[in-house]
Write a protein that binds this ligand. Structure first.
Ligand SMILES: Nc1nc2c(ncn2[C@@H]2O[C@H](COP(=O)(O)OP(=O)(O)OP(=O)(O)O)[C@@H](O)[C@H]2O)c(=O)[nH]1
Ligand SMILES: [Mg+2]
Length: 615
């Protein structure tokens, strides 16, 4: 029996080698490990045009023959015929990604320069076409000195022509190729650029622009600062642009309270409407403009194609804490709400990766925290500028979001070394095209977000606020006694206050934290209702939440309250969803414990630092 001849598939990672391997060999595959290393050896049988069977080997992706990783060492050794026990492949099939021609040509030239029978598969031609890129395989073949065949591995396009070219490969004239073998890496890069230029027949101006955009936005050093600058601008806008709308809503609610007070006789119904419904729920509803502005930016980032790039940038940073870019989208969704975020972790294949992502998702600042942050910032942070166009309020909001992110990354780092220890997983992602966000989609997305927010205000926030109002209003206070002292809620608050006093929380805050377990925004409506019920002053102005906060709280207390909400897991739905996604109470219990612990610690540190600084 004569030994079967072999051919090997080589190329950069993600060129489509395995897809091509599957298309060419079908079910006739064998998978084993290379002896001595854990790198997979995939081989299979295919037939040349003459019917002669050959063995095809699928090699791991590599950027050059100067190997760095174990995968690349294997590729190098097999290609060069240095791998013990492995016959030198007689023919090399270099797979390159047509949509990333220039980059892939660098390694392709190095392989071709080996001077062996070689065929180039110009793969992913469909993606190049989609991006408005027309490539001439003939021109490419002329520059490279080897046959070039266009393929779409996943749709089995171009396979016959590829087999044809492989069948003729051993008749190639190899003498012409020696001159290129002496090229250094920078020279190969330059020549890759020229070859790519010569082979690209037409490139839409759009594609050229997009390539340039990606060069800047995905740049190793410029990319991350651009992303952070963009986020910074968003938080500035949330305050700067929302104010007139929020003021108008606030004034509208004030008018309604005034109307109710003049139209209804004094009594329980009037109190319920003014103190509970209008003051309580209204105090949350006024943040609608901020929510809408925040989501306008997030949706525009998504629809323009930038969000996937942000994930790509974050992948490098997340690798540092043992997570992959795969966690980015679930974590990003958690900025809207941790519930869809936690459900989106189903796309993470590695169970430890997934668990870590679930456990840190609640630290991403969800939109329910925005009303809490916004009301405290409006009351305690002066609306001054700290630099050209940089408002202090927006800066504080940005800092709160960043604190959540940093907290999450630190926790991930610790978890990945302790309770969720495990290997790292790679990240492959196809970047979508850039486009102008379609206004219609943007409008629909915004409408949905606004509706979700208002529905929460009308249901869960309404219910929690009303329940609190009832507990605050009964039993009625004797003359001279404060209503808060007399009420059931007041007694409950006293108990919790003992625990919360060391971190600077007053009795009203302690009380507000209880119904806020239902949803974070309830903290705002609960405070509004508590102050309204407790006040003897029927004058509407004196009962507004912000003046009451300014009169009753110190700055250290306000800052501690903000710090608390960065971490506190005050959302029953999130806990319920974590239970469902982890199949048990163990992890949600762990999550509750460590997040409350962090919240207490962080609020305490903030409070005591602020007091020490004399704020
Ligand atoms: N649209 C399109 N997608 C392709 C084509 N060929 C491969 N892909 C996709 O590209 C991704 C990478 O393909 P693989 O075959 O795994 O790439 P590879 O070269 O084996 O990658 P490594 O083994 O990591 O070096 C997969 O999601 C494929 O489905 C193609 O011609 N067109
Ligand atoms: Mg592969």
């Amino acid at each position: 029996m004569t030994l079967m001849r072999t051919a090997a598939l080589v190329g950069n990672p993600n060129a489509g080698k395995s897809a091509l391997f599957n298309a060419l060999t079908g079910a006739r595959q064998k998978i084993a490990n290379y002896p001595g290393v854990t790198v997979e050896r995939k081989s299979g049988r295919m037939a040349l045009s003459s019917g002669e069977p050959i063995e095809l080997i699928d090699l791991p992706g590599s950027y050059s023959l100067d190997a760095a990783s174990p995968d690349e060492v294997v590729t190098r050794q097999v290609v060069l015929g240095e791998f013990p026990g492995e016959a030198t492949p007689e023919m090399l099939v270099v797979v390159i990604d047509a949509a990333n021609l220039q980059q892939h040509l660098v390694f392709a030239q190095e392989v071709i320069a080996l001077g062996r029978p070689t065929v180039v598969a110009l793969n992913m031609i469909d993606l190049a076409e989609r991006d408005g890129l027309a490539i001439d395989p003939e021109a490419l073949a002329a520059s490279l000195g080897v046959p070039v065949v266009s393929t779409v591995a996943v749709r089995k396009r171009g396979l016959e022509a590829l087999i044809e070219a492989m069948s003729g490969a051993h008749d190639q004239d190899l003498s012409a190729r020696h001159e290129v073998s002496a090229l250094t890496l920078p020279e190969r890069r330059l020549s890759a650029r020229n070859i790519a230029k010569g082979a690209i027949l037409s490139e839409s101006p759009e594609h050229r622009l997009h390539t340039h955009l990606d060069k800047i936005l995905l740049h190793r050093w410029f990319g991350p600062p651009i992303l952070f600058a963009l986020l910074f601008v968003i938080f500035q806008a949330v305050f700067a642009w929302a104010t007139p709308f929020a003021d108008a809503l606030d004034a509208g609610i004030g008018v309604l309270i005034g109307l109710a007070q003049s139209a209804l006789p004094e009594g329980i119904i009037r109190d319920f409407l003014t103190e509970g419904v209008l003051t309580g729920v209204g105090s949350v509803v006024v943040f609608l403009p901020q929510i809408v502005i925040l989501f306008a930016f997030i949706l525009a980032m998504e629809q323009s194609g930038y969000m996937a790039r942000a994930a790509f940038i974050m992948d490098r940073m997340m690798a540092a804490v043992g997570l992959s870019g795969r966690s980015f989208i679930p974590l990003l969704s958690s900025f809207a709400c941790a519930i869809p975020g936690i459900m989106a972790t189903r796309a993470i294949a590695d169970p430890k990766d997934r668990l870590t992502t679930i456990l840190i998702a609640p630290m991403m600042t969800c939109s329910a925290r925005l009303p809490v942050y916004a009301v405290i910032i409006a009351a305690f942070i002066p609306s001054t500028t700290v630099g050209p166009g940089i408002g202090l309020q927006g800066l504080v909001l940005f800092a709160l979001y960043v604190s959540g992110i940093i907290g999450a990354m630190l926790v991930a780092l610790v978890l990945r070394r302790t309770v969720t220890k495990g290997g790292e997983s790679g990240f492959i992602m196809e970047l979508p095209r850039y486009q102008m966000p379609p206004l219609r989609d943007l409008a629909i997305g915004l409408w949905q977000r606004a509706w979700v927010f208002l529905r929460r205000a009308g249901t869960i926030i309404f219910a929690a606020t009303i329940a609190l109002w009832v507990l605050l209003s009964f039993p009625k206070a004797e003359a001279g006694e404060s209503q808060l002292d007399a009420s059931i809620a007041g007694h409950v608050a006293d108990g919790l206050h003992t625990v919360m006093a060391p971190i600077g929380f007053n009795r009203e805050i302690s009380l507000a934290l209880i119904p806020a377990m239902a949803a974070r925004e309830v903290a705002v409506s609960a405070l509004a209702t508590t102050y309204a019920v407790d006040s003897d002053d029927e004058e509407e102005e004196a009962n507004r939440l912000i003046p009451r906060l300014q009169a009753g709280w110190t700055l250290p207390t306000a800052l501690a309250f903000l710090a608390w909400f960065v971490f506190a897991p005050q959302c029953l739905s999130t806990i319920a969803v974590a239970r469902r996604e982890t199949n048990g109470w163990k992890w949600p219990a762990f999550m509750l414990a460590y997040l409350f612990g962090l919240a207490y610690l962080f609020a305490g540190i903030t409070y005591w630092s602020a007091v020490a600084l004399g704020l």
